[in-house]
Design a protein around this ligand. Structure first.
Ligand code: NAI
Length: 396
């Protein structure tokens, strides 16, 4: 079958498996070219199939020789479609890791589900033993709690006065004027239940109870703060409240780990990047496309893999993490450079539907989104048939 990109707004409805393999290989090649790093050796990653979780997995395995166990929520090929990019990322990651002599296992399922947790714990006991590091990198809109029958949905709204601004529509390649309403207190609670720290805490407590955390085990969760410019949408948005909860959870888990296995927990505040999840945040996209242009111009642009390699190579993650006074590991240092933000704050208000392609790195933004789904990559023959029988035989 010949696979073409299918966009609906900011959602990719198809992916190209060969392109996904190539994009993954590019991350592996990047890490190998940087050189070996010292990392934890047995790592559990929640949200391992794309974005920051996948990049962390690649940096750990191909930079530090780590064995990794990944959990993610993805779709394989079926009569309904080719499946999701993350599915192929899992399959090809495992292949590449095993070819390099590393252990790599995946569970595809809902990380909030107790059944999935039980399965993972049984797998770890059987095949991995104690874990040195747990990475929490879930981005999702929903959390179900089977024991109580509750179901929480996150929303992307503000907690202050309503906000208006432009958002990039990738399908239309145009700006759309968007209004972000003020969230109700129930919506804030729901978003915190989904994207806050509760899920992280449940996993760490379950691993401790199963005696699966090694002495000195570390756990980190990816987070974001961002500049003043995006604060009404992000920091003072529902997602920002959830991240505050995540950071508070880090402090709580840190105490718990210190008392039990002599371990440590901290949030990693990363930079804004194009991922499957981030393109949904209204109004952030114009800031992000402008950020990309400015960071490329001053030579500080990074993608997920550059961020994650730097996390382990120079920020001490997994060894002696370099934390700020609020116990956060900052990977957003280049993004928040005052001179860069001053330039962005000057240009941002002048952006409109006619000039955004020139004033921002819209092309780069679109390319990164397409590449997440295996498209727009040099060296992939998109006119060639993809053998779906072969794809269906791949195992995550
Ligand atoms: P992503 O969409 O690329 O990855 C999300 C991962 O979570 C995927 O592996 C997906 O399969 C998995 N997942 C989603 N729901 C799941 C469920 N119920 N059970 C198991 N796995 C599930 O997103 P991204 O952007 O890498 O986000 C990861 C974390 O990084 C989030 O906490 C996000 O807030 C944070 N972050 C993202 C930034 C960005 O600009 N993209 C910046 C800084 C932090």
């Amino acid at each position: 079958m010949i696979i073409t990109p299918q966009l609906a707004g900011n959602v990719a409805r198809s992916c190209h498996p060969i392109g996904c393999q190539q994009a993954l290989q590019a991350q592996i090649d990047y890490v190998r070219a940087q050189g070996a790093i010292t990392t934890p050796k047995r790592v559990l990653i929640l949200g391992a199939s794309s974005g920051f979780g996948l990049a962390a997995r690649v940096a750990l395995a191909f930079g530090g020789g780590a064995d990794t166990y990944g959990i993610s929520f993805e779709r394989g090929p079926s009569e309904k479609g080719v499946g999701s990019a993350g599915w192929y990322n899992n399959c090809y990651f495992r292949q590449a890791a095993e070819a390099a002599g590393l252990q790599a296992a995946n569970t595809i399922g809902d990380a909030f589900s107790p059944k999935v947790q039980e399965k993972v714990i049984a797998d770890l006991k059987a095949d991995f033993g104690q874990i040195d590091m747990v990475i929490y990198s879930l981005a999702t809109g929903r959390r179900d709690i089977p024991a109580t029958g509750e179901s929480f949905r996150s929303v992307l709204k503000t907690t202050g006065a309503p906000v208006e601004g432009n958002t990039i529509n990738l399908e239309a390649q145009a700006l759309e004027w968007t209004s972000i309403p003020t969230a109700t207190s129930e919506e804030i609670t729901h978003t915190t239940k989904v994207m806050g720290g509760e899920g992280w805490q449940e996993w760490i407590e379950a691993l401790l109870a199963a005696d699966l955390l090694a002495p000195g085990a570390q756990t980190l969760a990816f987070s974001y703060l961002g500049p003043e410019l995006s604060a009404p949408v992000y920091r003072f948005g529902t997602i920002g409240v959830a991240k505050e909860h995540l950071h508070a959870t880090a402090n709580h888990l840190n105490e718990q780990l210190q008392q039990t296995v002599g371990g440590i927990a901290y949030p990693v505040v990363a930079k804004a990047l194009v991922t499957k999840a981030s393109v949904f945040i209204p109004v952030m996209s114009v800031y992000l496309a402008l950020l990309m242009k400015q960071m490329k111009a001053n030579g500080t642009h990074e993608g997920c893999i550059e961020q994650c390699y730097r996390l382990f190579a120079t920020k001490g993650a997994g060894q002696q993490p370099v934390l700020d006074e609020d116990r956060q590991l900052r990977l957003d240092d280049y993004e928040l450079a005052p001179s860069l933000q001053a330039e962005i704050a000057k240009i941002y208000p002048t952006i409109n539907g006619d000039n955004f392609k020139a004033l921002t790195d819209f092309d780069g933004y679109l390319h990164d989104f397409m590449a997440l789904n295996g498209f727009d990559l040099a060296g992939v023959d998109y006119s060639a048939e993809v053998d779906m029988t072969e794809m269906a035989a791949l195992k995550p």
